[in-house]
Structure formats: C-alpha cells, structure tokens
Design a protein around this ligand. Structure first.
Ligand code: DAK
Length: 262
C-alpha cells in the first residue's frame, strides 16, 4: 500500500481479507479520500494470491454507512459530480468482479451508496435492527453507483422501483423477505457469523471458488446462452487443476478433500 489508509482498516489472516470502514464520527460516509483508499485496497486484495475471501465490516456503532458524502457532493459542478459517480462505480465494479467472493456484514443504517456497494458484494448478512434505503430521491438524485441496475436484479424490478421511487426505509427482516440479504442475525453474533461463513468458503479450493463467482456473475453480464457457454468454459478449465482431481478422488474414497489451490 502506497500510503496507510486513514478511513479503513485492513486485516489479512488465514486466507481471509477484512476491510473495516472506520470513520465512525461521520457515520462512515464516503468522501473522495475514502473512495480512493477503498479503491486501492480492493486492487491490492484482488491481486493478493493469499486472499480467498474478502469480508467487509463497519467499526461505526450506528451505521454500516450513511452513503455518499452529501456535503462534498453538494459542492460539485457537473464534471465533479460525474467524477464522484465514476469513483463509486469503479468500486462497486471491483467488488463485483474481483476474483475473491465478498461477504458484507451489515448493521445499523445502510443507506444510498451503502446499499449499492452491498449489492455489488456476493453475500449480504444483516444484523437485527439494520435499516436499508435508497434515499437519493429525497436529495434530488437517483442511485448513482449502480443501484438502479444491481438492486433491481437482486430484489426484482417492482421492489427496487418502490424503494428507489419512495426512498422508504426497510428493516432487516423485510430486506430478507425481498432477497436483499441472505441472513438476519442478532447484532452480537454478526461478526462471528460472517467470519464462520468466510472460513467455510476459504476452506474450499481457490480455483473452484473463483470460477464459481465468475460463472455466476456471467449470468448478469450477458444473455443466458452466453452465461451457459461461459459456465462450460469455467467448468472445463477446472479439469486442468489438481483440486478437481483431488476433490473427485476424495469423494470416491469417502474422505475429506485436501485442496492445494492448484
Ligand atoms: N453525508 C454527509 N454527512 C452526513 C450524511 C451524508 N450522507 N449522513 C449523515 N451525515 C452527517 C450529519 O449531517 C451529521 O453531521 P453534523 O451535523 O454532526 O456535522 C452527522 O452525520 C450525524 O447525522 P445525524 O445527526 O443526522 O444523525 P441521526 O442519527 O439523526 O440520523 C441518518 C442518521 C443516517 C438517518 C441521517 O443522518 C440521514 O438520513 N443521513 C442522510 C443519509 C442519506 O441520504 N444518504 C444517502 C446519500 S446519497 C450520484 C453519485 C452518488 C449518489 C447519487 C448520485 N451521481 C453523481 C449520479 C449517491 C448517493 C448517496 O449515497
């Protein structure tokens, strides 16, 4: 890392990278400095051969994040606004396309850009009491970091339209009902549940894990035929790996596989 991040904490252990948003005084809102830090850390983790799973958490008691920094945004002209939108877009795209699956552990307010980043992650786990909304309509804009596209795909067009057109808040249970989050857990268990899931995923073979993410994402990237063809290619590629042979052999021998990431 060129410069130590000031608004985020990073930890890498046992194949799991953890990024913790750490601007609690400002409800973890994303200003340009935080977006820049986030982007470089994601680039580094994406390249890190030792990280199999990425986890996102928040060190702010009250919020995962209150979204983009409205103060900073309000001072922007058209060009500045565009640059701000592009910075957020790049981060969401990095989360979505980096090789490692990303698990996000959410508590408290997760608003605007926070929901948009969450939608770019692979698995969302929410604590009881979490509050979600796309409130941009209330500040005269629309979700600008991919929310119109990704939220609609995840919860369906009708629910996404209702959230985006009204800016209404939903709680963790409604978020679960509409498919926005995978699980709702007590606040005090959030980090443990997220880390246990990350450990389970990190115990799998890296190539299979990464190819599964690429193949599933491809469904969103193109028409279904292309997705299926892409899945076949990813599947075929795995037959060149040791882990595929070990995995199938172990199954036939009735034992647990010992994956070696090759
Ligand atoms: N930006 C800047 N400051 C914020 C903030 C935000 N998003 N949210 C909260 N704060 C600040 C408050 O102004 C307050 O500052 P001080 O007065 O202490 O200086 C401090 O954080 C604590 O907030 P509150 O006093 O309001 O605390 P409460 O517990 O009463 O309420 C709240 C917490 C999160 C419910 C409330 O603060 C709130 O509703 N905040 C606004 C949340 C929001 O609207 N978020 C969405 C942001 S928009 C685009 C690019 C990007 C976007 C869209 C378009 N293009 C260029 C196309 C993206 C947008 C967003 O994410």
């Amino acid at each position: 890392m060129e410069k130590e991040p000031t608004n985020l904490k990073v930890d890498i252990k046992n194949g799991i990278g953890t990024i913790t948003l750490n601007r609690p005084k400002f409800l973890n809102v994303f200003n340009e400095e935080t977006l820049d830090e986030f982007a470089s850390i994601l680039d580094e983790i994406g390249r890190n051969e030792n990280v199999k799973v990425l986890v996102l958490l928040s060190a702010c008691k009250k919020a995962f994040t209150a979204g983009a920094d409205i103060k900073q945004m309000s001072a922007k002209d058209r060009e500045g606004g565009k640059r701000f939108a592009q910075m957020g877009h790049r981060i969401a795209r990095k989360l979505e396309t980096m090789p490692q699956p990303v698990i996000i552990g959410i508590h408290g307010y997760t608003l605007g850009g926070g929901v948009e980043f969450a939608c770019a992650c692979d698995i969302r786990i929410a604590a009881e009491g979490s509050v979600f909304s796309q409130p941009e309509i209330d500040i005269g804009v629309i979700p600008g970091w991919g929310g119109t596209q990704r939220l609609s795909r995840i919860v369906g067009i009708a629910k996404a339209k209702e959230m985006i057109y009204t800016g209404k808040r939903i709680d963790a249970h409604e978020a679960m009902e509409i498919g926005l989050v995978n699980h709702v857990v007590p606040r005090e268990n959030l980090e443990d549940v997220v880390m246990a899931l990350a450990e389970t995923m990190a115990s799998k073979g890296k190539h299979a894990l990464f190819n599964a993410k690429r193949a599933i994402n491809q469904l969103h990237e193109s028409f279904i035929e292309d997705g299926l063809a892409f899945e076949v290619e990813r599947w075929t590629e795995l037959f060149d790996t040791y882990d595929q042979k070990e995995g199938m052999r172990a199954f036939l021998e009735g034992r647990h596989p010992k994956f070696e990431d090759r």
